[in-house]
Write a protein that binds this ligand. Structure first.
Ligand code: ADP
Ligand code: ADP
Length: 233
């Protein structure tokens, strides 16, 4: 059963009538089955950010359909899109994007603030998510008191706290040394084994090789779509 279906999607930027149109996405179709671990690759300017923004319901396609968990979100208004983001999607970024003034426990609750959940249920969900990333002993720390790897684990807990259908990760190891990055990727492997759908943008072939599938964009088009051989360890 697909968790995300992108059907003949275009994203066309045009500043004004006389400016040239930029086809950031130019007829892209991808079906992502539930539980898949997918990497998006491609040179700079090929449309990766545009595709991720659309997958993350941060932006709408100019044309085409995008179904998240069976719901067509392609023409939804901003309010409905943000609702879908809160219910269905978790985000992890290269720069972690934690709020410096908030503690670890508070940062992880941020996606729950909009749902009107009582405080004790928010905290319970946040503690549960933080235990999954082995950070139960850092609840009252601020981001500045943590290592890069710990900050990214807080960000992963924040992404998981609303039990999303899809985890979207944009260069999640881009700001980490290779050992710490490897720890984060091991965590993604565990989440994948637990059944989570993960979509990750990366420039790093060795990172992409750990995924089940790699799609490569070129000039806004799907250039290659390859399934990786499952490794029998
Ligand atoms: P990537 O993430 O692969 O580097 P992007 O999705 O950022 O690629 O960009 C794809 C193309 O769309 C590029 O030519 C870029 O300049 C253009 N583009 C992206 N966003 C905008 C925008 N807001 N306005 C105009 N052009 C844009
Ligand atoms: P990344 O560093 O992830 O590859 P980019 O640097 O290509 O991303 O783009 C970052 C953001 O800037 C994108 O979300 C895109 O919407 C915007 N952007 C990219 N190119 C342009 C452009 N030519 N004009 C306006 N905005 C752009």
């Amino acid at each position: 059963k697909p968790v995300a279906v992108i059907n003949d999607v275009y994203k066309i930027y045009q500043k004004n009538k006389d400016a040239p149109a930029v086809h950031a996405l130019d007829g892209v179709s991808v079906t992502i089955p539930e539980g898949q671990y997918l990497a998006i690759m491609g040179p700079s300017g090929s449309g990766k950010s545009t595709l991720m923004n659309m997958l993350g319901c941060l932006d709408r396609p100019t044309k085409g359909d995008y179904l998240v968990d069976g719901t067509n979100v392609a023409q939804m208004n901003d309010e409905d899109l943000s609702q879908i983001r809160g219910q269905k999607l978790g985000f992890v970024f290269q720069a972690f994007n934690l709020i410096p003034q908030l503690t670890v426990l508070e940062n992880v609750q941020v996606p729950l603030f909009y749902q009107g959940l009582p405080k004790h249920l928010r905290e319970e969900a946040a503690k549960d998510a933080l235990s999954k990333v082995s950070l139960s002993d850092r609840l009252t720390h601020r981001p500045s008191q943590l290592s890069g790897g710990q900050m990214q684990r807080v960000a992963i807990a924040r992404a998981l706290v609303n039990k999303p259908a899809i985890l979207l990760a944009d260069e999640p190891t881009g700001n980490l040394d290779s050992k710490t990055g490897n720890d984060i990727l091991n965590m993604f492997d565990d989440l994948h084994r637990g059944g989570l759908t993960i979509i990750m943008v990366t420039h790093d072939e060795s990172v992409a090789d750990r995924c089940q599938r790699i799609i490569r964009l070129k000039d806004g088009k799907l250039d290659r779509d390859e399934m990786m051989q499952p490794t029998t360890a």
